[in-house]
Design a protein around this ligand. Structure first.
Ligand code: ATP
Length: 355
């Protein structure tokens, strides 16, 4: 039995459907991120799991219990929000103890539970401080402490790091991964930040337009995107997506676009000749040699590498990731190639599946 299961879950707000028939089975102890652009339905999904929204149809279960009709307090979950919402007039210890007090845990037991949680999050020294006397990262740890103290079955985290600066976010990412490892609890994490999702998750549920696009480990989402949407959404700089068509001659498939003809990587049996899209990550583009002629348009120096954008023909752009040792100039002519072993072919259309 999955720790969390969504079975054909639909959520509509009036005539608008925010989540379309979501099927998602999250394993016990897994760290799963719901990742997607603004408005894709990830927060609605998390709120349904929390009991803050109710599904229009379908079933949500936690462990072996269907929770559709259970109030948030009956679900054995804890939620950490983007705004930590600590009580400003309470000390750190009182803030952490608050959920226990609300649930009627006797005062004599609360102290030890707060102490244990504080030790886990390295907050022991700060227990008598008020939230305004803490840094952003410390406040976020207190918010985590408040969620942890009850030892719930599932943790729900809604963009918990988005109010922190970049350096602290990096630090907290590591802390969260470490915490997950120590606790071994199921965590469901909502983010629109792919770096967070890629670095922390066991599996990522990529959503778009209220629909699940792919549910897989980070490396698989990166290396084998299920469709064109996932291909374009995951990875910085983004994957090059070139519209053209696939043709079959003899037993081999070729991809054609203006000024470009390439043998295809192995395709699925379902592939048919016709419009298609070639996807190649910037690290799969070779600059300096190859059959394609281009003109360098933009060079971004990041220090350890250069991101080079070249124009091919009238309106095709190719972005490549190249070593920092060779300096490219805008306007210079360049020969490029595509490492076909690293290319993907997608069916035509914005959500075309990988062939
Ligand atoms: P963001 O990253 O911006 O928070 P999200 O992926 O979390 O986006 P949701 O908040 O789940 O997206 O919203 C999904 C869609 O449902 C959006 O189009 C949103 O406007 C709509 N929506 C969410 N809540 C309501 C509501 N209470 N009433 C009407 N529409 C809603």
């Amino acid at each position: 039995m999955a720790a969390v299961n969504f079975d054909k879950v639909v959520k509509s707000f009036g005539a608008f459907t925010a989540v379309h028939g979501l099927d998602l089975a999250i394993d016990e102890g897994e760290f799963v991120s719901l990742l997607g652009p603004s408005g894709c339905g990830k927060t609605t999904t998390l709120r349904m799991l929390a009991g803050l929204e109710f599904p229009t149809s379908g079933e949500i279960s936690i462990g072996d219990r269907v929770v559709n009709d259970l109030a948030p307090g009956e679900r054995d979950i804890a939620m950490v929000f983007q705004s930590y919402a600590l009580y400003p007039h309470m000390t750190v210890a009182q803030n952490i103890a608050y959920p226990l007090k609300k649930r009627g845990v006797p005062k004599s037991e609360r102290g030890a539970m707060v102490q244990k949680t504080a030790e886990l999050l390295q907050l022991t020294e700060l227990l008598s401080r008020k939230p305004r006397q803490l840094s952003g990262g410390q406040q976020q740890r207190v918010a985590l402490g408040r969620a942890l103290v009850r030892d719930p079955k599932v943790f729900l985290l809604d963009e918990p790091l988005s109010n922190l600066d970049a350096k602290l976010r990096g630090y907290m990412r590591v802390e969260l991964v470490e915490l997950h490892r120590r606790l071994g609890r199921t965590m469901v994490y909502v983010t629109h930040d792919q770096l967070e999702a890629m670095t922390m998750s066991d599996r990522i549920a990529v959503m778009e337009g209220g629909r699940l696009q792919q549910f897989a480990p980070p490396t698989e989402v990166y290396r084998a995107p299920a469709n064109r949407f996932v291909a374009g959404f995951i990875g910085t700089p983004a994957m090059n997506l070139i519209d053209g068509e696939i043709r079959q001659s003899g037993g081999t498939w070729q991809f054609h676009a203006p000024g470009l003809t390439l043998d295809c990587p192995p395709l699925l049996d379902s592939a048919r000749p016709g419009p298609a899209c070639l996807g190649i990550r910037p690290e799969g583009v070779v600059f300096g040699s190859g059959p394609i002629e281009g003109v360098v348009q933009v060079v971004e120096q990041t220090g350890h590498e250069n991101i080079v954008v070249a124009r091919i023909g009238a309106d095709m752009r190719l972005t490549g990731r190249v070593g920092a040792e060779r300096v490219w100039q805008a306007g210079e002519t360049v020969r490029c190639g595509i490492d076909i072993d690293r290319a993907h072919i997608f069916a035509a259309g914005a959500a075309g599946e990988r062939l």
